[in-house]
Design a protein around this ligand. Structure first.
Ligand code: F6R
Length: 364
């Protein structure tokens, strides 16, 4: 009997949901659109004292707190009038100074790298803002008189993506850096609502998300993004599969992969060398023709050698097309956890690492 036929059905998983997913990570994915609406509404009252227009924008964060900044950059960069960097370093880039706006995002407010970079930005005289639920970041903002905006408590940081993303967008709006297009936000919500109906675990759901999860179980997924913003969406898939399903995974971008990774799939012994790899191509038929051609030709090459799955962006506008695929990946990652019998919520390895490092800091 093959591994696939031994997998539980969605009906079985649904019946066992409370045991398999005791903290209800799936419920958070099912509420993705609701969280987007809530995040946008709750930030509507945010204000800031006027400050000189920045000449560059740097967003600080790690992991689940950085991905909202990555997605914002991937979406808006072609339209923004200033250079944008997402920094995951202990130090901010050398150009940071009084004319840079630095926004630190940390769900816990206690992330070592983000706090160190925040202090570095402060030393350089940057204009600062914080986004957090509390912790040291909130205390430092209060001590320095830096505006600090609240994320709702009680979520795994990676599940707070709608809040970090819309908080950043709202701040750009309040600062006059970007005026969001209401039609684009409406398109986003429409695509998310449809995605939740199609892919959620309700009676008529599962669909493409559950099928993909079944195919990816027992593999090492490598996700390719080929289209506007989709390299960043591929990163989100990878991180969600790592953290929710506790699986090794990798992500990469087209066209770049055409210049290196392609060669890695030309082994004369594909079955031996790629035994557990499964590739996923995220594509967008609104991408420029060169990128579409690359995605098609690359897919044809890869399909000959190892399993290749494809997922296409939907929606009318760039934001919806990116986030529709984010949502699909989030569902896939939780279905994978359910199929594999791992609790999607705790990330013990990450917590263990943070404790080890805190103990070392204590003994320095
Ligand atoms: C956990 C998660 C992690 C954290 C990261 C940074 O759900 O996604 O990637 O986001 O360890 O911690 P915070 O978000 O508290 O700054």
């Amino acid at each position: 009997m093959s591994a696939i036929t031994q997998q539980p059905t969605l009906a079985t998983l649904r019946a066992e949901r409370a045991r398999r997913d005791p903290s209800d990570m799936m419920g958070l994915v099912e509420r993705f659109a609701e969280q987007c609406r809530d995040a946008w509404q709750r930030s509507a009252s945010w204000t800031l004292a006027s400050r000189p227009a920045p000449r560059s924008l740097v967003m600080l964060g790690m992991g689940g707190s950085a991905i909202g900044a990555d997605l914002l950059k991937a979406w808006l960069e072609p339209q923004l009038p200033l250079p944008v960097t997402v920094s995951r370093e202990y130090e901010v880039p050398g150009y940071v100074g009084a004319d840079t706006l630095v926004i630190a995002v940390s769900y816990s407010g206690n992330t070592e790298e983000t706090l160190a970079a925040f202090e570095d930005a402060h030393r350089r005289g940057a204009s600062l803002l914080g986004i957090t639920t509390g912790g040291t970041l909130r205390q430092r903002c209060a001590a320095l008189g830096v505006p600090c905006f609240a994320l709702p408590p009680g979520l795994p940081p990676r599940a707070s993506l709608p809040y970090s993303f819309f908080s950043l967008l709202r701040l750009l709006q309040v600062l006059g850096i970007h005026a969001p297009d209401e039609a684009e936000l409406a398109d986003l919500l429409e695509v998310l609502d449809a995605g939740i109906r199609a892919w959620g675990p309700a009676e008529t759901g599962g669909g493409e998300a559950f099928d993909l999860a079944r195919a990816l179980d027992q593999t090492i997924p490598v996700i390719y993004g080929a289209g506007p913003g989709l390299a960043t969406v591929a990163t989100r898939w990878k991180c969600q599969i790592n953290e929710n399903a506790k699986m090794a995974a990798a992500s990469a971008a087209l066209p770049e992969a055409n210049h290196n990774e392609m060669a890695g799939y030309s082994s004369p012994q594909p079955q031996r060398d790629y035994a557990r790899l499964a590739l996923i191509m995220l594509s967008d038929d609104q991408a420029r023709v060169e990128v579409r051609n690359r995605a098609e030709v690359t897919a044809a090459y890869l399909r000959e050698r190892l399993p290749l799955h494809e997922a296409a962006a939907r929606g009318r506008t760039r934001l919806a097309r990116m986030f529709g695929l984010v949502l699909l990946g989030d569902f896939v990652s939780v279905y994978l956890a359910w199929l594999r019998g791992v609790d999607p919520t705790p990330v013990d390895a990450i917590e263990w690492l943070k404790q080890q490092l805190a103990a070392r800091r204590g003994s320095e």
